[in-house]
Design a protein around this ligand. Structure first.
Ligand SMILES: Cc1cc2nc3c(=O)[nH]c(=O)nc-3n(C[C@H](O)[C@H](O)[C@H](O)COP(=O)(O)O)c2cc1C
Length: 338
């Protein structure tokens, strides 16, 4: 494999907000897959600590960062959404603050950290930073990957100077990497997206989205991907930091499908369909990270109290195949498709 130096062409996708832990990354690394740490939402100090804990335990690894949004949230639609959500919040005794909070997820500090203490790979999601930032990481000896969801985004990433792509199909769990979050990713298979992205960019590709077993791995490798990334299949493993409410929902037959929604964070994301999505999916504004901050406390309270109806239950279409047990078992199972 040219892009990543791992024994197996299998990648543990970064999963911010709890699921990715150093223990999970170390376990998949020991099983021969390539682990990613989730730098999104983490403070620079917490990320630095995770990197130094993982570094001696694995051969190679990556760190994922959220590229800051350049779109200013529309105050009026945000205020209206805060108003709409008041009853949901009151059910948990939470007061929503309608004053929009936006942030850059400490982009500058995290970039400095990764320049001063370089890591083998950095992957970017939610768009592209300045080409100068990509060049700086590459000069530090880091391989830089951009997450893309279309052939056009693949072309833009190539022009920005990245070493490779993570091609994320719309079946993927969690946030979509779409550069323009006003666009809901159109339904398409990850394999056909991989072929189009390779044609458009000529770059090496890691495929992600909807992997539910070894056959999906085979299909994506046959489509030209150098490796296949999985997120959802790791969510219920022993080493993942997934909340008990989320874990239980993934195995609960009452959740019949996963859908793409902006209801929780203002950016399209695939989650198990629940009441919150049904009630607010059609009105949620395109305003990430302002909606993420608006709903954060409410979601934290829902997770604590076992309220799966108001929680962002991120899940890809393969969620029914997410099993309990050691993460290494998931890697071994998927290796049959290599
Ligand atoms: C709970 C969860 C959290 C995620 N967090 C991130 C993240 O922090 N950064 C990122 O680039 N992708 C994130 N993703 C998307 C994954 O990187 C990957 O694209 C996706 O999991 C692949 O599809 P699958 O879930 O069907 O395997 C997340 C996915 C899930 C399920």
């Amino acid at each position: 494999m040219r892009l990543l130096d791992s024994a197996l062409p299998i990648v543990a996708a970064p999963m911010a907000g709890g699921p990715t832990t150093v223990a999970l990354a170390a376990a998949v690394g020991a099983a021969g897959a390539y682990p990613f740490l989730a730098g999104g939402y983490a403070s620079p100090e917490a990320l630095a600590a995770q990197i130094e804990q993982l570094r001696p335990r694995v051969h190679g690894f990556g760190v994922n960062l959220f590229v800051p949004s350049r779109i200013a949230p529309d105050q009026a639609s945000l205020a209206a959404y805060a108003d709409e959500l008041r009853g949901e919040a009151e059910a948990h005794g939470v007061q929503l603050d309608p004053v929009p909070v936006t942030d850059d997820d400490h982009w500058g500090q995290k970039l400095r950290l990764l320049i001063e203490r370089p890591v083998p790979t950095v992957s970017l999601t939610f768009g592209l930073p300045d080409a100068g930032d990509i060049a700086m990481l590459r000069r530090a000896g880091t391989r830089v990957l951009a997450s893309v969801t279309s052939a056009d985004e693949a072309r833009l990433a190539c022009a920005a100077g990245v070493d490779g792509l993570i091609v994320q199909g719309p079946d993927a769990g969690g946030h979509s990497a779409v550069f323009d979050p006003s666009r809901i990713p159109e339904p398409t298979g990850t394999a056909s997206l991989v072929r189009r992205a390779i044609r458009a960019s000529g770059l090496p590709v890691i495929a992600a989205g909807g992997v539910d077993g070894p056959e999906a791995v085979s299909r994506l490798l046959a489509a030209g991907a150098e490796a296949v990334a999985v997120g959802t299949l790791l969510l219920r493993t022993d080493e993942a930091g997934t909340s008990p409410t989320h874990r239980a929902a993934l195995a609960d037959p009452a959740f019949e499908e996963s859908v793409i929604t902006r209801a929780f964070t203002g950016r399209p994301a695939r989650a198990l369909r629940n009441g919150f999505i049904d009630r607010h999916g059609s009105t949620a504004p395109n305003a990430y990270p302002a909606v993420h901050h608006l709903t954060r406390e409410l979601r934290a309270a829902a997770a604590r109290s076992g309220d799966a109806d108001r929680l962002h239950l991120w899940a890809g279409t393969g969620y029914r195949s997410a099993s309990e047990g050691p993460a290494a078992e998931v890697v071994h199972r998927l290796a049959a498709g290599v």
